[in-house]
Ligand binder design. Structure first.
Ligand code: ZN
Length: 170
């Protein structure tokens, strides 16, 4: 297993739609394992493959309070119920969060690592994480739901931080 580099905004890969996986082979299983390790290392709730630079439809979610991490291959939301305002952050936006509207519960289908077709209904944090991570696979970021002003401010600050880090390395 390996810890992968998490891409930070404005990395363009975060805005590209990931491709559907046709065959679950060893490369997909290795990707899922590496994403588990990366998520644990970053103490995050969820991670999408775009965030580690891979345009494949895989997400991993740590299902708090249990420590198990589940890999969802080709996940799709099939139904959404209700609306609620939630505070949300993202590993690709270190240090930032915003209030977004999410569903109260969602139904989703996905393929597990053994190739099984799974259907679930989720609420609370799992529902929010499924919406957030599946958005990633479609090139949508949580800041896309914020006001243009707040979105521009966050991106500007992250670009500035990134430049600062590069100067130190050079
Ligand atoms: Zn995210």
């Amino acid at each position: 297993m390996a810890i992968l580099e998490i891409r930070i905004v404005p990395d363009p890969i975060l805005k590209i739609k990931a491709h559907k996986i046709k065959k679950i082979d060893d490369s997909i299983k290795t990707l899922a394992l590496d994403m588990f390790e990366t998520l644990q290392d970053a103490h995050g709730v969820g991670l999408a493959a775009n965030q580690v630079g891979v345009l494949k439809r895989v997400i991993v979610i740590s299902n708090a309070p249990e420590s198990d991490i589940v890999a969802y291959i080709n996940p799709e939301i099939t139904n959404r119920k209700g609306k609620r305002s939630v505070s949300e952050g993202c590993l690709s936006f270190p240090g930032y969060s915003g209030i977004v509207t999410r569903s109260i519960s969602v139904s989703a289908r996905y393929i597990d690592e053994a190739g099984g077709k799974i259907k679930i209904t989720a609420s609370d944090l799992l529902s929010q994480a499924l919406e957030h991570e599946i958005d990633h696979l479609n090139g949508i970021l949580f800041i896309d739901y914020l006001s243009k002003l707040k979105k521009d401010m966050i991106i500007k600050k992250l670009v500035k931080q990134k430049k600062g880090i590069e100067r130190v390395i050079v």
